[in-house]
Every structure is written in C-alpha cells, then in structure tokens.
Design a protein around this ligand. Structure first.
Ligand code: AMP
Ligand code: GLY
Length: 427
C-alpha cells in the first residue's frame, strides 16, 4: 500500500511515520513535508491548496490512500476533487469542512442538533456591537468566524475591551477577512479535552482522549498558540465520561451531518470543555489536532494505515487499532518569539542524541539548510515519548528535550501537570 500525507507539520510527520511502521505499507510520501519527514519517509513538492495539483500527484505516485493533515486544503475542496476522480482519501468534503471553516456554521449546527455548547450571538455589523457584547457578562469569548490559524479567539475581560476588540475584528484589523463576522460567546470554565474520532461517513471509531496546552507560557498564561504540548493517558477522562461524550456529542453530530446530506468522513476533532454541567463543545475541527496527534499516534497500536484505508473505502474497521497501556507525552519546542514573529534558519543539534534516549522527535517547522536541519517555523519540534506511567513518559520526554539545542528555543516545563495531579489524587 502507498500512502500520501498532505501537509508538513508535526501532526503530518507523526501520521506519516506511524503509517510507515505498518507491515504492508510499501511507501509513504509527504507533500510538502519537512526535514524530519524527508529523513523518515520521503517528500515531494506541491501546493497543497490546489486540489487538482494534489490529486494529479496522488495519481502519479499511485497512492492508494491520501490523508490530509491541515484544514485549509479540506476547506479548499481537496476531498471533492479526489472523490470526483475516484481516488482514496481520508477527510471531509468542502461542505462538511464548514464545521471548522465557519464558527457561525458550527454554532448553527450545534443548536440544530441540540448539542451542549455555550450561548452566543453573531455579529456581522459594527452597529450591533454595543448591544451584543454585554449580554453574557465577563470574561467573554470573541471568535472570528473564519479560519485564523489558531489566532481567531480572543478572551476579553471587560466591556471597554470587548467593544474595541469586536470593532477591530469586524474591521478586518485582527485576523483579516476571517473576522468580518464575530461570534460573541459565553465564557465556560472547566478542563479542556481534545476528543477525536475517525468516521467513514457511517461508522466511527473513537480515539483515546488527549489534552493540549494552548497557552504559550507555563501555568496556562500568555497568548493562545496552536498548542505547546499534549499527552495521551487514561486519566484524562473516565470510561463513563467517554460514553457520555460519544452519546451526547459524537453520535448526534455525525447523525446531524448525515441528515443534512453532507456525511462527515475523516477525523472529527471535538474541542470540549468539561464544565460542571457536563461536556460542552468549544469547537469542531475537521482534522486531527496538532500537537495531540503526536502522543495519540505514538500510543496507538495496530494497523493505522489499514484503518485509514478502510475509512477511505467507506468500510471503517475500528478493530484495527487499540491504545497501548503506556501513556505518551509530547513537548513542543518553539522558536523564540512564537506565537508572534520569530527568526528562522537557526541550526538544530542533538536530534540523534534525543532519539538515542528512546524518544521520537517529530518535526514541524524545520527545513534542511546545507544538509543539516534548521528552524523554519514557529513550532519547530514535537519531542514525544512513552513510559510505564505518565510521569515516566514525561520524564523521558523532558530528558530528550534537554538533549536538543537551537538558539532561542522555548518550551513549557509543565506539560501534563494536570494529568500528574489527577493520577496523584487517585492513588
Ligand atoms: P477555539 O478555537 O474555539 O477552540 O478556541 C481557542 C481556545 O480559546 C480554546 O481552546 C479555549 O481555551 C478558549 N475558548 C474558546 N471558547 C471559549 C469559551 N466559550 N469559554 C472559555 N474559553 C474558550
Ligand atoms: N491543538 C489544537 C488544534 O489542533 O486545533
């Protein structure tokens, strides 16, 4: 079997590497990939926002199954193009990808299906700002309607800040066109969980829950980022909570998409807040999470490539994979300045030493400079390891992080802290 992975971040490196471990997989290609993918599996250049170009590439490579990492190619209609050519692909159509492409669409859908979610109001006009912003109290979440690369949600603390931020977003000054409509949303408190499932449009397979760390700084302070680290451990949710999430969120959401005539095929990411009133949907993504995928796939045993192929064929076989007993963790090493502007081209050393310790280093923003890896993005590496306990997994991860160097590297030292507290509280 030949697999084509679309994208070039840490999530795509983890997917490509994991698929390449399966027997029966002849080749895995990444487009465009990164330095780590080039070393592990092989990369080909291509514009992933051009569905026709990527479909032609899949035909040329003879890929049996293509899997799409980021949301933008899905929203651009890559799956529709593959479907029209009869090519195997894992991901939602452009219509189904609106669950992530538009917060207003997602909120309408959540309400239509009666799914638990925060109250909200949609703003599409500066004149409506004053009436809309105050109705949910403070703090309140302001969310740009369109895709904004993780920068579209701003939590504001008071009325003056709410008014000025909403106006700036609507004027296109914060996240450009994505902010021309803004969802004002009641602030929810609780613990956040990333709950991902794979569906073939009919059946689905729930993957182990993971927890991300969105804020840049330790103690969940500082600006929101794409995610600074994640872990995958059975302590994150109980079996009863898992059943509740499946019953009250996943199944009704997938049924709702089928009812609308846009069945959801691919990975559905439910960003949840576990509130006192139960799990509530903060957001849907139409893809795997990054960095959640790194510890998730590092923990998954069985035939991941076969699982993808079964979903692409519309005959999903959830029995192909299972979670290993060992918890896993991933710490993101980011460039100095991330999530604001950051330098590029800084040489990275210690990658082999980190892997010799027993960790796996997934690359994100890396490129080869004169044959050696150098930084090329905000999030640079996702250092990932497993252990007999969450503590052991984290300890190995941080030892491996310590072996790697690039100038200005920043990372959080408290990844998995909530998990460790939960484990300690239980024993
Ligand atoms: P989203 O892109 O919708 O997941 O939002 C990014 C982050 O903003 C989430 O991971 C939460 O940490 C935070 N957030 C979003 N919506 C809310 C909300 N209604 N209440 C509290 N925090 C929120
Ligand atoms: N780590 C959050 C996301 O992938 O959206």
């Amino acid at each position: 079997m030949k697999i084509l992975v679309v994208g070039g971040g840490g999530r795509e490196h983890a997917m490509a590497w994991r698929a390449s471990q399966d027997p029966g997989v002849e080749r895995v290609y990444g487009v465009p990939g990164n330095a780590g993918m080039a070393a592990d599996i092989g990369c080909v250049p291509g514009n992933i926002l051009d569905p026709k170009e990527i479909a032609a590439l899949a035909e040329y490579l003879g890929a049996d199954c293509t899997v799409v990492g980021p949301e933008a190619p899905l929203v651009a209609g890559i799956v529709d193009e593959f479907d029209s050519r009869g090519l195997g692909i894992v991901g939602p159509t452009r219509a189904a990808a609106q669950l992530e492409g538009s917060k207003a669409f997602a909120k309408d859908f959540l309400l239509e299906c009666g799914l638990p979610t925060a109250e909200s109001a949609l703003l599409d006009d500066v004149g409506a700002v004053d009436d809309a912003v105050g109705q949910f109290g403070y703090p309140v979440a302001l969310k740009a309607d369109g895709l904004a690369a993780g920068k579209g949600v701003i939590i504001v603390e008071d009325e003056a800040q709410a008014r000025s931020t909403a106006r700036e977003m609507l004027a296109g000054n914060v996240v450009g066109e994505a902010g021309r409509r803004v969802l004002v949303e009641q602030f929810l408190t609780g613990e956040e969980v990333s709950f991902m499932v794979l569906s073939d449009g009919k059946a689905f397979c729930a993957l182990p829950a993971t927890q991300d760390h969105k804020r840049a700084l330790e103690g969940d302070r500082g600006p929101n980022t794409g995610g600074m680290g994640a872990y995958c451990d059975d302590s994150i949710i109980s079996g009863a909570m898992r059943d509740r999430i499946v019953d009250t969120i996943v199944e009704p959401a997938l049924a709702g998409m089928r009812r609308r005539g846009t069945p959801f095929k691919g990975f559905l990411y439910c960003g949840l807040m576990l509130t006192e009133d139960g799990p509530q949907v903060l957001e849907f993504n139409v893809r795997l999470g990054d960095p959640e995928t790194q510890p998730l796939l590092y923990r998954l045993e069985g035939g991941f490539a076969e699982l993808l192929a079964s979903a692409a064929r519309g005959a999903l076989d959830p029995s192909l994979v299972r979670a290993s007993a060992s918890p896993t963790a991933c710490v993101v090493m980011a460039s100095e300045g991330y999530p604001s502007s950051y330098p590029k081209g800084r040489p990275i050393t210690g990658l082999a030493a980190a892997e010799q310790l027993g960790a796996k280093v997934f690359h994100a923003g890396t490129a080869l400079a004169g044959g050696t890896p150098a930084t090329s993005g905000g999030r640079v590496l996702g250092v990932t390891a497993r252990g007999e306990s969450l503590e052991a997994a984290l300890s190995l991860t941080y030892r491996a992080v310590g072996a790697i160097h690039f100038e200005g590297a920043q990372y959080r030292r408290d990844i998995g802290r909530r998990g460790l507290e939960r484990v300690a509280a239980r024993s």
